[in-house]
Design a protein around this ligand. Structure first.
Ligand code: ATP
Length: 235
């Protein structure tokens, strides 16, 4: 594996039961990079991220993380290694904000109190909401908590599935500014999105359509590419 490559996904195919959904997907993330996986509804972005995280198994191909072949490792083992997957289902609804953050830090060696203060500095709204149950938060607040849970677990790589889904434009902007701050902290991320505005955050982007990676390049190259039009509008 190339030096500085934190994630190397090679020829991965996967699906659900007998139904294959993604074919021969290859992508990589270098250290400190934010990489965008862009594509329309149903392109297979979530399925690819789940395969990278270990939620579902690849039927062929390999996933290397920090130089280790993790293709056959379960999701919790990959998470302990620092490959942290952020999806809509990443919360304990009946626990408070603080308890949710605590649950994400159980495996960390440094004291919880210090990491909690660092996360509250990054997400000031969560300090105010710390005694609220996760189930009582708004969609945007829940998204903040999901990202905060990932950050407090000291990830080596954040894998974020559609951070803007279900959010108002205002909250989408806030999530984008948060991701950009995480990027400033040097935390590498692979982010899936339908929203092309997220190209502004990315160092590189991959375009997915009908279960395949159909293009990759710099955000400028991808924005100029006809393939983006093909994937989104079939033109
Ligand atoms: P969206 O932006 O709508 O979430 P996506 O690009 O993330 O789309 P996926 O969610 O990976 O796409 O879905 C790709 C295909 O896999 C779709 O045709 C979808 O219907 C199918 N699919 C997703 N989840 C399952 C499942 N649990 N069982 C069977 N098929 C599924």
């Amino acid at each position: 594996m190339e030096k500085g490559k934190i994630l190397d996904v090679s020829g991965v195919s996967a699906g659900y039961g007998q139904i294959q959904v993604i074919w021969d997907c290859t992508l990589d993330v270098l250290s400190k990079e934010t990489v965008l996986l862009l594509g329309p509804n149903g392109a297979g972005k979530t399925t690819l991220l789940k395969t990278i995280a270990g939620v579902i198994r690849a039927s062929s191909g390999n996933v290397h993380f920090n130089g280790n072949d993790v293709t056959k490792l379960p999701v919790h083992t990959r998470a302990k290694m620092g490959l942290v997957f952020i999806s809509e289902t990443s919360l304990y609804p009946s626990m408070t904000v603080r308890e949710n953050l605590y649950m994400s830090s159980l495996h960390c060696s440094s004291p919880f109190a210090g990491r909690l203060q660092a996360v509250y500095a990054l997400f000031p709204d969560l300090r105010r909401l710390e005694k609220e149950r996760a189930s009582s938060l708004s969609g945007g607040q829940r998204k903040m908590l999901i990202i905060a849970r990932a950050v407090i677990s000291e990830p080596s790589l954040l894998v974020v599935d559609e951070p803007s889904s279900g959010l108002s434009p205002l909250f989408t902007e806030r999530v984008m500014s948060l991701l950009s701050r995480l990027k400033g902290m040097g935390i590498p991320a692979l982010v899936s999105e339908q929203n092309v505005e997220f190209l502004s955050l990315a160092d590189r982007a991959f375009v997915m359509d009908h279960g395949r990676i159909v293009h990759s390049g710099t955000p400028e190259e991808v924005a100029r590419s006809n393939l983006l039009g093909n994937a989104y509008f079939g033109v």
